[in-house]
Design a binder for this molecule. Structure first.
Ligand code: TYD
Ligand code: MG
Length: 452
């Protein structure tokens, strides 16, 4: 028998390589490749003819999948309107961000709605989970609790219990005796997730898998199982901030990019129904460098404050520090300001930050970023009652963005009365908001900041 070749696997994305390398070619992660035991040959290929499968047409009608709501509105929305029966969901996030807390609250909420729910902890002893439940005021919730890491035993238990929903916290602690490598390895995580997902489909049980995001090292990250599940949610937030954001990055049963906002309190996670008000609550008197961006997250408008600081740099290569935004986007906007509007940032340190620990990915934030940079550089504060949004093209022109009316409506609701935005083909009418439509960035520089 031929000797099995050793196999090298990236713990971040699961790609396999023939030899070890410092950097994974598939996902670009550093130091993530480890040697794994080759997969055992198994019983060998089955010989025999396949049978033909029954085919249908696309026109066959399908009832919408039945959903169960938890009553936690922020969670239900991110799931696409509730939990779909027999679906597999991955909840990823940094260790300590609050995944276990969120899912304990979620299981209790679903249990209160009459679902039979099971919470399997592979990380904490049952007593620890009970202590947390007591702290959250959920000690009486009808959730069945198990502390186990042997997947074979868990599957047998699920088979007899037949719950509606089971939470596996976390997938990286689970192990199958048929796989040789250690728990947390790519092979184990993949095999365990595969078993659980196929169990979910076969038995009509919804499964929520918790996965820790790993920076580097020997533990496989949640990306390894992303393609196996129906829905991928990431729970994110900045350390030191109370806000936590549950973001759908993939959803077979609803819109991706939807977010739910929570606040970590002494008694667990509290839902934040009006995030704009919360994100702007720390805002003081208008200061140079601060701009309110009227954004859209999923289906919901959300106002956030973008802050910039521009200062002469003592360094040969000035600093560009970005928190909560894409740093490549900052470079592009700086280049457009320099090339199209004649405003140089050479020799200056630039710091850019989204207040409150929010992360903004929309291109519509371009104009708000540019305004924050200009405001900081020219030391001119924008009026406190103004919101900004719009995409900047490389030519310096401003492009209209989707959902202008929703953005204006949210701004008006929160007491703003002016907006700086791209020129619109069809005028948007929002009573109470004076809309300043700008064709390009040079116009903003001249009219708003009197520079250029
Ligand atoms: P946890 O849910 O254990 O995180 P994860 O499962 O993602 O690793 O949350 C841990 C943090 O949450 C911990 O630092 C303490 C904090 N926390 C609160 O602030 N309030 C609470 O009510 C609870 C239960 C936790
Ligand atoms: Mg945990």
């Amino acid at each position: 028998m031929a000797k099995a070749q050793p196999q090298f696997t990236c713990t971040a994305c699961g790609a396999t390589h023939r030899k070890w390398a410092g950097r994974c070619e598939a996902c670009g992660a550093w130091n993530s490749i480890i040697e794994e035991a080759p997969l055992s040959a198994g019983p060998g290929p089955r010989v025999g003819k396949g049978r033909s499968i029954a085919l249908t047409t696309l026109a066959d009608s399908e009832a919408p999948p039945p959903r169960n709501t938890s009553g936690m509105a922020e969670l239900d929305r991110v799931l696409g309107g509730g939990l779909v029966a027999a679906s597999a969901i991955l909840v990823g996030g940094d260790p300590g961000i609050g995944k276990s807390t969120l899912l304990l609250q979620a299981t209790s909420a679903f249990a209160a709605k009459g679902l039979k729910t099971l919470y399997i902890s592979g990380e904490e002893a049952a007593a620890q989970v009970r202590l947390r439940a007591a702290r959250l005021g959920l000690a009486q919730a009808p959730v069945q609790l198990g502390a186990e890491t042997n997947l074979r035993d868990i599957l047998a238990t699920l088979d007899t219990e037949r719950p509606d929903l089971v939470v596996i916290d976390s997938i990286q602690t689970m192990w199958l005796d048929s796989v040789e490598s250690a728990p947390g390895s790519v092979a184990q995580v993949r095999a365990a997730a595969h078993e659980l997902v196929s169990f979910a489909k076969r038995r009509g049980v919804s499964v929520i898998l918790v996965g820790h995001v790993t920076k580097e090292g020997q533990i496989a990250g949640p990306r390894v199982v992303e393609h196996m599940v129906d829905t991928v949610l990431y729970f994110e937030g900045e350390r030191g901030h109370q806000f936590r954001i549950l973001r759908a990055v993939k959803n077979r049963f609803g819109p991706a990019d939807e977010i739910g906002v929570f606040e970590m309190t002494g008694r667990g996670l509290a839902e934040v129904a009006n995030p704009s008000a919360l994100f702007l609550s720390e805002r003081g008197t208008p200061a140079p460098g601060s701009v309110v961006f009227a954004g859209i997250e999923g289906t919901r408008p959300m106002l956030t404050e973008i802050q910039a600081l521009v200062a002469p740099s003592p360094l040969g290569t000035p600093r560009r520090t970005v928190v909560g935004l894409d740093s490549a986007r900052l470079s592009t906007i700086l280049a457009v300001l320099e090339a199209r509007c004649g405003i140089p940032f050479a020799g200056m340190d630039v710091f850019l930050n989204v207040a409150g620990g929010m992360r903004v990915q929309e291109p519509a934030a371009d104009l708000a970023v540019a305004c924050a940079l200009l405001s900081a550089r020219e030391d001119v504060a924008l009026p406190a009652d103004t919101v900004v949004f719009g995409e900047i093209s490389l030519s310096g022109a401003l492009r209209p963005v989707a959902q202008t009316e929703n953005r204006l409506k949210e701004a008006q609701k929160l007491g703003f009365c002016a907006a700086i935005a791209p020129k619109l083909a069809k005028p948007a009418d929002q009573p109470g908001i004076a809309l300043k439509q700008m064709p390009d960035l040079a116009e903003v520089v001249g009219q708003v900041f009197g520079a250029g």
